[in-house]
Design a protein around this ligand. Structure first.
Ligand code: ADP
Length: 198
């Protein structure tokens, strides 16, 4: 069936380090034909470039801190423009602080259609991120940077949750059991969604 969307869906996916955002977003993007805007992934690509901007991003990421909002919004903008026909965007790892949520709304002119938050215990997140560090050799998956990212998650993300809770856009998704099915049911419950399915 043809997609009946007037404008693309915008889905934000939030969650602490190692909660599985990237994998689930990739799978949802495949299933629903959405464009995956993976901030961590885009930033890591940029960090590998020899540019000053790349160098700056690399240093920030290795410390587990947040990259400045202006850079993040530019990256989202570029990636979204590169998929003009997409019927939906999964913006993974965004927003991480309230200013990002507000700036997005100001620039795009509307809030997202839904905000998924992966609920995962701290022990599970730390264990998974440390394991990923060994397997994928990600420089920021070492203990000090993981702890810093957890701290950001529990402090700066909290006001973002409240912001979207008040707009009734927040959907908690309990991880890791059956996470993909839970994500799909959030997407399929969206009223603006027609003709999108597996
Ligand atoms: P994780 O969720 O495991 O921390 P990500 O790959 O999503 O991994 O992000 C890695 C790093 O990229 C973050 O620690 C941060 O430095 C940077 N980053 C990702 N998304 C954002 C964002 N929305 N704002 C600022 N920095 C970000």
């Amino acid at each position: 069936m043809e997609c009946m969307l007037k404008s693309p869906l915008i889905i934000f996916v939030m969650g602490g380090p190692g909660c599985g955002k990237g994998t689930q977003c990739k799978n949802m993007a495949t299933k629903y034909g959405f464009c995956h805007v993976g901030l961590g992934q885009l930033l890591r690509q940029e960090a590998q470039r020899g540019t000053r901007r790349g160098q700056k991003i690399r240093e920030i990421m290795l410390r587990g801190l947040l990259v400045p909002t202006g850079i993040i919004l530019d990256m989202i903008n570029d990636k979204m423009l590169s998929c003009p026909e997409s019927r939906g965007f999964l913006i993974d790892g965004f927003p991480r602080e309230l200013i990002q949520a507000k700036e997005f709304e100001r620039i795009v002119g509307r809030p997202p259609d839904v905000v998924m938050v992966f609920d995962c215990s701290m022990e599970t997140m730390v264990r998974r991120a440390l394991h990923r560090g060994q397997v994928e050799h990600r420089g920021d998956d070492c203990e000090p940077a993981i702890l810093q990212r957890l701290e950001t998650h529990y402090t700066l993300c909290e006001p973002v949750f409240t912001f979207y809770q008040q707009k009734n856009l927040l959907r908690n998704v309990e991880a890791p059991e059956n996470i993909f099915a839970k994500c799909c049911s959030v997407i399929e419950s969206l009223q603006r969604l027609e003709g999108v399915g597996g």
